[in-house]
Ligand binder design. Structure first.
Ligand SMILES: N[C@@H](CCC(=O)N[C@@H](CS)C(=O)NCC(=O)O)C(=O)O
Length: 209
C-alpha cells in the first residue's frame, strides 16, 4: 500500500487530496515538524521535508512527481489531460510554476533566516519574496479568470496545489482573499468531498493561521 508522509496544510496536502479523490488505498504518516531533520526522517527524505511517498517499488520525493505517478499508476489518468495534449502542457506549466516559482517565494518570505544571518538582510529578502509571491498569486488569479478549475471542466492535479498555496497566501500581504478569482476558487474547492475530508483529517481550515 502507498504511504504518504505529510505535514498538515503544507504541500503534501495536495498529494493527500489526490489520493483521496481517486479513491486510492493509502496510509498517511504525519511527520512531526520538529522531527523533519531526525535521522529516521532524513532516511526517508534527505532534504528534511515532506511529502515523501513510499511505494512498493521504493520511495519518491517531490510533490509534482508524486501527483503524476499516482494519477498515471492508480487513477488511470482521471485527473490529468492526455499526454501530448495542449491542456496537459498547460497543467504541467501550472504545476511547475507553483512548485518552482510560487512555493520558493513563499518559503523565502516565511523563513528568510534560513538563507541570511543579519536581521536587516533577512527583512530585505522577506520583502522581495513577498513581492515575488504577490506576482505569482496575480498570475494564478489571471489563470482562473472566468473558470471554475485551472484546466478544463473538472479537477486536475493542479487544483489541489493551488488551494494549498492560496491558503498559505492568507498570511501574506496582500492576502490571497483579496484576489477575487483565487478566493472564489478556494471557497469552491473546500466543498469538494475529498478536499473536505482531507482538510478535516489534517485539522486545517480555509482561514489565516
Ligand atoms: N520541492 C519539494 C518541496 C517540499 C517542501 O518544501 N516541503 C515543505 C512543506 S510544503 C517542508 O517540508 N517544509 C518544512 C521545512 O522545510 O522545514 C516538493 O514539492 O515536494
Amino acid at each position: 500500500m502507498l504511504k504518504l508522509y505529510g505535514l498538515p496544510g503544507a504541500c503534501p496536502m495536495a498529494v493527500h487530496i489526490i489520493l483521496e479523490h481517486l479513491g486510492v488505498d493509502y496510509e498517511m504518516a504525519m511527520v512531526d515538524r520538529d522531527l523533519l531533520t531526525s535521522p529516521e526522517h532524513l532516511a526517508v527524505n534527505p532534504m528534511g521535508q515532506a511529502p515523501s511517498l513510499e511505494t512498493e517499488e521504493g520511495l519518491i520525493t517531490e510533490s509534482v512527481a508524486m501527483l503524476l505517478h499516482i494519477d498515471e499508476r492508480y487513477g488511470q489518468g482521471r485527473v490529468s489531460p492526455p499526454p501530448g495534449s495542449w491542456e496537459r502542457a498547460r497543467m504541467m506549466m501550472l504545476l511547475m510554476f507553483m512548485a518552482s516559482q510560487e512555493h520558493p517565494a513563499f518559503s523565502l518570505w516565511l523563513r528568510p533566516f534560513r538563507w541570511l544571518e543579519g536581521e536587516a538582510e533577512q527583512e530585505e529578502l522577506r520583502e522581495s519574496a513577498r513581492k515575488r509571491f504577490a506576482v505569482c498569486l496575480e498570475r494564478l488569479n489571471g489563470w482562473l479568470e472566468g473558470r471554475d478549475w485551472l484546466i478544463g471542466d473538472g479537477m486536475t492535479l493542479a487544483d489541489p496545489l493551488a488551494l494549498v498555496h492560496i491558503r498559505w497566501g492568507l498570511r501574506v500581504t496582500p492576502p490571497s482573499s483579496d484576489y477575487a478569482n483565487l478566493w472564489r476558487f478556494a471557497q469552491r474547492m473546500v466543498e469538494v468531498p475529498a478536499v473536505k475530508k482531507v482538510m478535516a483529517d489534517e485539522g486545517v481550515k480555509l482561514a489565516a493561521e
